[in-house]
Ligand binder design. Sequence first.
Ligand code: ATP
Length: 367
Amino acid sequence: MTSEYEDAYLEVENLVKYFGDDKAVDGISFGIPKGAFLTLLGPSGCGKTTTLMSIAGLHSIDGGRIRVGKTVFTSPKEGLFLPPEKRDIGMVFQSYAIWPHMTVAQNVAYPLEIREWQRSDIDDRVAEVLKLVGLTDWADSLATNLSGGQQQRASLARAIVSNPSLLLFDEPLSNLDLKLREHMRVELKRIQNEVGITSIYVTHDQSEALVMSDEIIVMSKGKIEQRGGPLEIYSSPVNEYVSNFIGVANLMQAKVVEVSETGIGKVEVSQGGQAVKLMCRLGPGIEAGKDAVLSVRPENVHAEREGGEGMLAGECTHAIFLGSYVDCRVKWGDFEWKVITHPRNHPRTGEKVYLRFDAEHTLAVQP
Ligand code: ATP
C-alpha cells in the first residue's frame, strides 16, 4: 500500500504517542519536501513537542512510521527504531544548551570532533558557519559571555555545522525579549534559507509561524486541524478554532441560508431583533440549514457613513489611533465588531456607522 506522502523527504505517517493512558499525538500524518520550513503551531499541550521528539528519536512511539529520505527512523510495526545519534539531526531548543566552559568556536566544533573530522577541516567549517550566523568576532569568547540572542546564534551554528539532514527547533526564541525575538525570526529564516536544511519548527506563537514558515500545521489535542501556507491559513481557516488561533477575527454565530457550487453562499446573522443576510465564502463542510460561524478579519470589515442592503447598522464605541491605522469597535446588538480603518476616514466614538462586508473576505466556517 502506498502512503499519501511517499514522495516527501520527511514523512510522518499516522504517528501515535501515548503517555500512560493519555494520547499526546493522535494519528497525525504529514510530509514535507527537501529544504522546506514547516511549523507545528498550537497551544500548550497540543502535542507539538511530542511530535518533534518522536522525529528526533528522543521518544519511542506507539504507532505509525517516520522516514527521512530513504531511511526509516521509527516504525514499531516493523520493529525499527534508529537511535537519535544515528538520525543526523541538528536541534535548537529554548534553553541554549551550549557548554559554558568552552569558547564559541569550541562549542560549534564539537559535533565535528565527535565525527572525527580533520582539524583543518573543522577550523574552516567552524569559521564558515560562525560567519553565517554573525559570530565571527566572538569565536574565542567564552559562550557564557554572549547575550541571549548570541547564545541562540551559537546553538544554531552548532546545530547546522555538520550539515544535518534535518533541523528541529523547539520554541528557540521564547527566552528572548520581544524586539530581539522579532529580529531573530528574520535572521533564523535567512540562515535556514541559505543552508537549505529541511526544518521543523515548534511554536505556540502564531506571528512567528506566519513570518517564518513555508507551511504551517495547526494542531489541537494531538490532531491536525489544518495545514497550509501562512496566507492560506490566515485567509481561509477551515474552522472556528483555526480562525481564532491565527490572527484576530470577528467570530459570530450564523445560520447557513444558501450554498452554491461557486463556493459563495449566504448566511444569516442576528442580534437584538435585527437579522441580516450576508454573502460569504463557504469553508469546507458548510451545508444549507446548518449552523456555522462567520469569520471576518478586522481589516475586512468596512465602516461606512451611509447604509444599504446587506449592511449592519451599529455604533462606534471606541476608536484608537495607532499611527498607520485606527482600531475601532462597533457595537451591533450585543456583539462588538473589531474594525480596522484608515486614519484619514475613521468613525468617531458615539457615531452611527454601517458595516459593509465583501463576500470574498467574509467566511463561513464550521463551529
Ligand atoms: P508545550 O509547548 O507546553 O510543550 P506541546 O504542544 O509541545 O506543548 P507536548 O509537550 O507535546 O505539547 O504535550 C502533549 C501532551 O503530552 C500533554 O498533555 C503533556 O502533558 C503530555 N506529555 C508530554 N510529555 C510528557 C511526558 N514526558 N510524560 C507525560 N506526559 C507528557
